[in-house]
Design a binder for this molecule. Structure first.
Ligand code: GTP
Ligand code: MG
Length: 319
């Protein structure tokens, strides 16, 4: 169903939650009207600070996200929450809703909560998450918290969408080894050892600090990811997490890293949209004469497959 994009965008820019929700649904549904939406939103984007939260299932991401929302609300910030599930197919967000433990904030007009499933999307997470972030950004969110739901094989992808990446761990046997395995020691800007009310939190902090210090040739001025202990369920340590985030934000601005990361993100976004568009045009080729004609020429030896592919790409992009 076609929607009145102009009025929806105007309402979203005023921060109307229902309009924001509708726009994110357009993203999730890969609506053909997205072009128009994104063009209208573009001048309003680029102000929000995007924080990604990743970690193993059950480590306390949702609880921490909720605690961070409380902390940012106390500081007068408008907050957007995007819960991304890369392992579930498009569900309209309904299925995910109950997994996001955000009831405390559901009635706060300064908080937007959306969940989004991305499996089965052309372009998947790399394409959908940045578009949803744009919507929340244009709606006036100061901070956007992006939480991954489900098994975290997309941790690196989420990290690529954020200005700052928070990696959560909990005390317990083999955590450090798991961390190294998952490659998360490379992606965290801030590490949080949650569930510090449990035994072994200090050991996990020590182990993490040790591993983060290994094999590093940091120059003066380089960022050293801090390790913060929290009991998210009781809000303990959350102010320290906010302080670490602010410090990282400031450091990135000072060293030009924020601009660099955002430029890389925009480049990745353009790439995934372009690849998706090309793939769609490829998909539309069935029944088209171009591909079989090229195949004939390759078969007969008149053409090599690389040159044939070049010709195909050219004909696809020419219209
Ligand atoms: N003891 C203790 N339990 C906690 C703490 N933080 C969260 N929990 C509990 O841990 C469980 C999982 O927390 P969630 O916040 O849902 O974890 P999650 O990482 O979002 O989980 P998924 O989204 O399913 O991957 C819940 O029962 C929380 O109440 C904490 O600091 N201490
Ligand atoms: Mg969760």
């Amino acid at each position: 169903m076609a929607v009145d994009v102009a009025s929806l965008v105007a309402q979203a820019r005023e921060g109307r939650p229902r309009a924001v929700a509708r726009l994110i649904s357009l993203v999730e549904g890969a609506s053909p009207q997205l072009r128009e939406v994104m063009a209208a939103l573009a001048p309003r984007c680029g102000r929000a600070y995007v924080v990604g939260l990743t970690g193993s299932p059950g480590v306390g991401k949702s609880t921490s996200t909720s605690a961070l929302v409380t902390a940012y609300r106390q500081r007068g910030k408008r907050v957007g929450i995007l819960a991304v599930d890369p392992s579930s197919p498009f569900s309209g967000g309904a299925l995910l809703g109950d997994r996001v433990r955000m009831n405390d904030h559901a009635s706060d007009p300064g908080v937007y909560i959306r969940s989004m499933a991305t499996r089965g999307h052309l372009g998947g997470l790399a394409w959908a998450a940045p578009q949803a972030i744009r919507v929340l950004d244009a709606a006036g969110c100061d901070v956007i918290l992006v939480e991954t739901v489900g098994v975290g094989q997309s941790e690196v992808e989420i990290a690529a969408q954020a200005d700052t990446s928070v990696v959560l761990l909990a005390p317990g046997m083999g955590d450090g080894i798991q961390a190294a395995k998952a490659g998360i020691l490379e992606i965290g800007d801030v590490y949080v050892v949650n569930k510090a009310d449990r035994d072994g939190a200090d050991a996990t902090v020590r182990e993490l600090n040790h591993m983060l210090g290994l094999g590093e040739a940091r120059k003066p001025g380089d960022w050293r990811p801090p390790v913060v202990k929290t009991v998210a369920a009781r809000g303990e340590g959350v102010d320290e997490v906010v302080a670490a985030l602010e410090k990282h934000h400031g450091w990135m601005e000072e060293h030009g890293v924020l601009a660099e990361r955002r430029a890389a993100r925009a480049a990745g976004e353009i790439e995934s949209i372009a690849v998706t568009a090309l793939r769609e045009r490829m998909g539309e080729l069935s029944g088209d004469k171009r591909l079989p004609a090229l195949a004939e020429r390759v078969l007969s030896g008149a053409l090599d497959p690389y040159t044939a592919a070049d010709e195909l790409i050219q004909s696809l992009t020419e219209g």
